[in-house]
Ligand binder design. Structure first.
Ligand code: AMP
Ligand code: FE
Ligand code: FE
Ligand code: ZN
Length: 294
C-alpha cells in the first residue's frame, strides 16, 4: 500500500535528484543505466534533464518505474541573457509542443555546426578531426564540448574531460566558439506555454560576469520562472544565500541536484537532493506531461 496524500495521489519518496544527464546529450551512460546508477546511490525520485532533447524520456521512464522510482521528464535548455550562457531546467512540459520542439531542434542544429568549428580550430594545432568527435557521440545526441573532450582523450591529447575543459576547450585558449541560444525570457515563456515548470540550473557558479543581478532575477520570476537550483556543487556559498532569500521572499521552488554526467564528471547521483514537498510543487505546476509512477 503506497502512502497517499490528501488528494489521493501517491506521495513522492525521498531522496529526489532532479538533474541527471544520459548519452542522449553529454552524459556517458544510456538513459536506463542513469536510472540504475541513481537507484544504486539510494535515489528514489528522479528526472532526466538532457541538454535540449527529450530523446531519453521513454527509456528512462521505463527503467525508473521498474526500479520503483518516481520519474519526472525534463530537459536542460541552453539559453542566453545579455551574452551570458544560462541553463534552464524544464520539467513536465509537453514534448510535442511545436514551438518548444522547434527551439530545441534549432539549438541542437546550431550546436552541431559550432562543434565542427571548434574542432576545425583545434585541428590547426592538434591531430584531431571531426570524425574523432562523431566516434564519441551517439547518433542524434545533443553535441557539446564534452564530446570534443572525449575525442581529445581518445586521441591521447588529454587525460580526461576535466583537463580538456581546463585547457584546450577553455575560451581563453582561442579555439572556443559559442553557440546560438534563445533569450532566457523567451525560453521561460515557451516552457510555460508547453505546460512545463522552468527552474534555473546552477545560477550561482563562479564566473567572470558573476551571478545575474537580483533585479533581473525578480524580472525572470515575474516572467514565469518557477524556482532555482540552489544546492548544486558549483553554486557559491554567497550566491546560495542570495537565492535562498529570494526563494523565501517570492515563495519559489528550490531544488538540489547532482548534475550527474556518468563518468564525464565527478558528480554522483544524490550528492544534492530536493525535498519531496518541492517535487510535489513541481508536479502540481506541470501540466504538459505527467510523472511516471511505480
Ligand atoms: P557546451 O554546452 O557544449 O559549451 O559544454 C558545456 C557542458 O560541458 C556542460 O553541460 C557541462 O556538462 C560540461 N562541462 C563543463 N565543464 C566541465 C568539466 N570541467 N568537466 C566535465 N564536463 C564539463
Ligand atoms: Fe552537460
Ligand atoms: Fe548546466
Ligand atoms: Zn546539467
Amino acid at each position: 500500500m503506497k502512502d497517499m496524500d490528501q488528494a489521493g495521489a501517491p506521495s513522492v519518496e525521498e531522496p529526489a535528484d532532479l538533474h541527471l544527464h544520459s548519452n542522449r546529450s553529454d552524459g556517458t551512460e544510456p538513459p536506463a543505466d542513469v536510472m540504475r546508477s541513481a537507484h544504486a546511490h539510494g535515489v528514489r525520485a528522479v528526472a532526466l534533464t538532457d541538454h535540449d532533447t527529450t530523446a531519453g524520456w521513454a527509456e528512462a521512464a521505463d527503467a525508473a518505474v521498474s526500479l520503483g522510482m518516481t520519474f519526472l521528464p525534463g530537459a536542460e535548455l541552453s539559453t542566453r541573457l545579455d551574452g551570458r550562457s544560462v541553463h534552464l531546467l524544464a520539467y513536465l512540459f509537453d514534448p510535442d509542443d511545436a514551438s518548444l520542439r522547434a527551439q530545441m531542434d534549432d539549438v541542437r542544429g546550431d550546436r552541431m555546426g559550432r562543434a565542427e568549428r571548434i574542432v576545425a580550430n583545434i585541428s590547426r594545432d592538434y591531430d584531431l578531426g571531426w570524425d574523432d568527435v562523431v566516434a564519441q557521440t551517439r547518433t542524434g545526441a545533443t553535441v557539446g564540448r564534452p564530446h570534443i573532450a572525449d575525442a581529445l582523450v581518445a586521441a591521447g591529447i588529454v587525460a580526461d574531460r576535466g583537463e580538456a575543459f581546463a585547457g584546450i576547450l577553455h575560451p581563453r585558449e582561442g579555439y572556443y566558439v559559442p553557440h546560438e541560444a534563445p533569450d532566457v525570457f523567451t525560453a521561460i515563456a515557451l516552457v510555460r506555454q508547453a505546460g512545463g515548470v522552468p527552474v534555473m540550473a546552477h545560477p550561482a557558479t563562479s564566473s567572470r560576469s558573476g551571478m545575474i543581478p537580483l533585479p533581473t532575477l525578480h524580472d525572470l520570476v515575474d516572467a514565469g520562472l518557477a524556482g532555482f537550483e540552489i544546492d548544486h556543487r558549483e553554486n557559491t556559498a554567497s550566491g546560495r544565500r542570495v537565492l535562498q532569500r529570494l526563494v523565501t521572499e517570492r515563495d519559489l521552488i528550490a531544488t538540489g541536484s547532482s548534475d550527474y554526467h556518468g563518468l564525464g564528471k565527478p558528480n554522483l547521483p544524490g550528492e544534492n537532493t530536493t525535498p519531496a514537498a518541492m517535487v510535489e510543487r513541481i508536479i502540481a505546476a506541470g501540466t504538459g506531461s505527467r510523472p511516471a509512477r511505480p
